[in-house]
Design a protein around this ligand. Structure first.
Ligand SMILES: [Fe+2]
Length: 360
């Protein structure tokens, strides 16, 4: 809180071209405990103001060589905190209002019948100026506080994001140790899914969700026995039933992690098929999250183009033909369309060469 005006004698600059008025008002103010500076013109007054920086200015309105309005205007520009009181015997009501609009603190008509009116105007104007200053200080302090808290929240958010990323990576490592095929597969599925998301012009937060869900979509395979995951031949129906549990296991692992998007639900749905022939719930069409439909296309393409213990990889063209053939059947036609668009842009071949493309 600024207390400067409460501990020192306030200085008043009195500007009036009539000597008698200066004497009358000046003596009254000195008797009332103020220090008084006097000027006989607005130019003189502004010069004295510049040198002495008084606490308050009282000025006549009409003076030769420049009027009181000029004093108000110039002080508003160079010292907006300094109150200016107008005293005039000739101004109309409209002129008085005009000076207040220009920034004057008060207007007193001459002849002054009660000198006490001047003291009241000074006290009131200085109180208002003090409150304005304090209000500004509070606003600045609040702004600083808000900026500080915003920075702290941003730092905290970055730390949480980093912690979440580390958790995701750690989960990926657990699955990779059990099923080495899954590690590279999940990373490539994530990159292909993101490319499809870009081709569909999805917002960045949904593309980020595709990245996380892609990396974690097979996390539930931790519950599938290693001998089944690494079996060189085809799985028996019983073994396949055990593998089919992995989307639900993945959901259970991820459901309480505070991801920004519906990662756990996408993982649960990544083996659902557009025509309802998928698992675990046999969802159809739009009942399947768009991100899960995207992930299905990416997952199938990546699986088809990879060597597996029981078959050789298909070529890119063969896998593409499969996706186009299944569009509208097991695969979402919109996602298949995005796949062909991503293919035309060269993003898929960049991923195949394990290169980073610009849009990813
Ligand atoms: Fe899977």
């Amino acid at each position: 809180m600024d207390t400067s005006n409460q501990t020192t004698t306030p200085t008043v600059l009195l500007i009036d071209d009539e000597r008698m008025n200066r004497l009358l008002v000046g003596d009254y103010l000195r008797d009332s405990g103020y220090a008084v500076l006097e000027a006989e013109s607005s130019a003189d007054g502004l010069r004295i103001f510049d040198n002495a920086r008084p606490d308050i200015v009282i000025t006549d309105l009409r003076m030769p060589g420049g009027d009181g309005n000029q004093v108000v205007t110039q002080l508003q520009a160079i010292a907006p905190d300094t109150p200016v009181i107008i005293i005039s015997g000739t101004a109309s009501l409209e002129e008085a209002l005009c000076t207040l609009r220009e920034g004057a603190s008060d207007f007193i008509s001459k002849p002054i019948r009660e000198m006490e009116r001047i003291k009241q105007a000074i006290d009131s104007a200085m109180n208002k100026a003090r409150l304005d200053r304090e209000s500004r200080h509070v606003q600045i302090a609040l702004k600083d506080e808000i900026q500080q808290q915003t920075h702290e929240l941003r730092d905290l958010n970055a730390q949480l994001k980093q912690a979440l990323e580390s958790t995701v990576n750690a989960l990926g490592v657990i699955v990779a140790q059990k099923d080495p095929y899954t590690a590279g597969h999940s990373e490539r599925v994530a990159r292909i899914a993101m490319a499809l998301g870009h081709a569909m012009c999805l917002p960045q937060n949904r593309i980020e969700t595709l990245r996380v869900a892609g990396n974690l979509h097979d996390i539930g395979k931790v519950s599938v026995p290693g001998e089944i995951l690494n079996k060189p031949g085809r799985l028996t129906p019983e073994e396949f039933e055990q593998v089919k549990i992995h989307p639900e296991t993945g959901f259970e692992i991820l459901k309480d992690i505070p991801f920004h998007g519906p990662v756990a639900e996408i993982v649960l749905q990544h083996h659902e098929r557009y025509d309802g022939t998928g698992y675990p719930r046999g969802l159809k069409q739009d009942a399947i999250l768009l991100e899960a439909r995207i992930l299905s296309v990416a997952d199938i393409y990546e699986a088809l183009t990879s060597d597996r213990p029981y078959r050789q990889a298909l070529s890119h063209e063969e896998a593409m033909a499969h996706i186009i053939r299944e569009a509208g059947k097991t695969l979402c036609p919109l996602c298949a369309c995005a796949f062909t668009a991503a293919n035309r842009s060269g993003v898929l071949s960049a991923i195949a060469r394990n290169e980073h493309s610009q849009c990813m």
